[in-house]
Ligand binder design. Structure first.
Ligand code: LLP
Length: 426
């Protein structure tokens, strides 16, 4: 068992290795979930999510009482997760009408919604106003003009600025760099602020920035607080999300406490003491609570040792986009079988469809359950139908119970959108 323990630090918090080498999450054996819900499937540890939500919310509130934690819902846009987030006292960051509607369907208080996006349509802005979205984050002048026309009663807004910080992360995950498509540079933001101050329908509450995602050093966040403080006398300072998580044994991520200490110690120096401080965690809130389960479909020793599974880039696109590395286990078993390491590949027709380019596995065989930890963030979000893959279910596990909070997509769901030009009935 000893060599299996390090894997527990990557698995959901309630994970347990039980006798016979199988893995339980939330008191349910993954092998049983695979039987019941099929594979691939996203499994989500509700208690682990709640614990992390509390660490973030209580941790920030203790250090800076006038504060709010927003669930960046793009990281896991699942109705039941919006419900959990509001149970835990989180507000919600939405980007787009789809996330707005999911949040409303989950009965999130609309005044606790923060509406992001660099290309909000007028239709979306109208929907936001009609449904009482509390705060809209204005990205640019064009959006400002359209929103100014649409809003009637004073609508709270934040202005998104480009912080000009380039943290060490994958290029696709840097959103705060100088040439970012999101937000405005400082001088333009000042002009936008002036324009909003003159508007009768908009009420400027503060400033927003977001540095990027999967950031593994706290200095970028400290720098973000310093930069946002250049905008004096605001009521709200929203420094976005981006705290990175540990995906592999050799990665190190700051703890929630280290992250909060870093931002609040700078905030104490540079922000008005009565200002409201907001953070928007996505990945750091949900990533570790999720694992994906697959079945091994073939094991091929040809050049490399390939383990092919019944999913791939259709259910985890992140890897192809960012090169993120992962670990894996075979049900509850980890380790090395004396062979070289394995390349875990998916079933989509792309040579880039590699889930893990080199991982030790204990003699994987066809039919085995392959578990990939830390897939709670952005995997379900970007799931797609490549090669006719069906979007996998999201299964909540808690106290020995399992519930599919998103059922598996079916061929009927997909084909319902299609029309034959030859009168075919499918
Ligand atoms: N706030 C804003 C305005 C954001 O754009 C994002 C993420 C977040 C908060 C949450 O960031 P997080 O705490 O999750 O890092 N699929 C990409 C991630 C894109 C993140 C986009 N924005 C990837 O896996 O690299």
């Amino acid at each position: 068992m000893a060599e299996q323990l390090p894997i527990l630090s990557l698995l959901p918090e309630t994970s347990e290795l039980v006798a016979g080498g199988s893995l339980q999450v939330g008191g349910v054996e993954l092998a049983e979930l695979a039987e019941r819900f099929g594979t691939p499937a996203y499994v989500f540890d509700v208690a682990g999510f709640r614990a992390q939500a509390r660490r973030l919310r209580e941790g920030l509130a203790t250090r800076w009482p006038n504060s709010e934690v927003l669930f960046a819902s793009k990281s896991l846009p699942v109705l039941a997760v919006y419900e959990l987030a509001s149970d835990e006292g989180l507000s919600v960051d939405i980007a787009g009408a789809g996330e707005l509607r999911l949040a409303l369907a989950a009965n999130v208080d609309p005044s606790r919604l923060y509406f992001h996006g660099n290309a909000k349509t007028s239709e979306e802005l109208r929907l936001a106003i009609e449904t009482g979205v509390g705060t809209i984050i204005v990205d640019n002048f064009d959006e400002f003009r359209r929103l100014d026309d649409i809003a009637v009663a004073p609508q709270d807004v934040l202005v998104r600025i480009i912080p000009g910080i380039s943290p060490k992360t994958h290029a696709s995950q840097v959103t705060g760099g100088k040439d970012s498509k999101f937000g405005l540079p400082f001088e333009d933001a000042l002009k936008l602020i002036e324009a909003i101050r003159k508007s009768r329908s908009l009420r400027l509450r503060g400033i927003h920035l977001h540095v990027g995602s999967q950031i593994l050093e706290t200095s970028s966040f400290a720098e973000a607080v310093r930069q946002i403080s250049a905008f004096r006398d605001q009521s709200v300072y929203d420094i976005g999300g981006g705290l990175g998580v540990r995906y592999t044994y050799d990665e190190q991520a700051p703890s929630v406490d280290e992250y909060l200490d870093a931002i609040v110690s700078v905030a104490r120096d540079v922000l008005p003491p009565d200002a409201r401080l907001l953070i928007e965690p996505g990945r750091s809130l949900v990533a570790r609570a999720g694992v994906t389960i697959y079945r091994v479909v073939s094991v091929k020793r040809s050049g490399r040792n390939f383990v092919a599974v019944d999913g791939g880039m259709a259910d985890n696109l992140d890897i192809a986009l960012t090169g993120q590395r992962y670990e894996a286990l075979i049900d509850g078993r980890v380790g090395h079988d004396g062979d070289d390491s394995y390349v875990v590949v998916g079933r989509q027709c792309e040579s880039g469809d590699t889930l893990i380019n080199g991982v030790d596995l204990p003699s994987p065989e066809v039919g085995d359950l392959l578990v990939m930890p830390v897939t709670g963030a952005y995997a379900y979000t970007m799931a797609n139908n490549y090669n006719g893959a069906m979007i996998p279910p999201v299964v909540f596990v808690e106290n020995g119970e399992a519930t599919a909070v998103v059922r598996r997509q079916t061929f009927d769901d997909v084909v319902a959108l299609h029309r034959s030009t030859r009168g075919a009935h499918i």
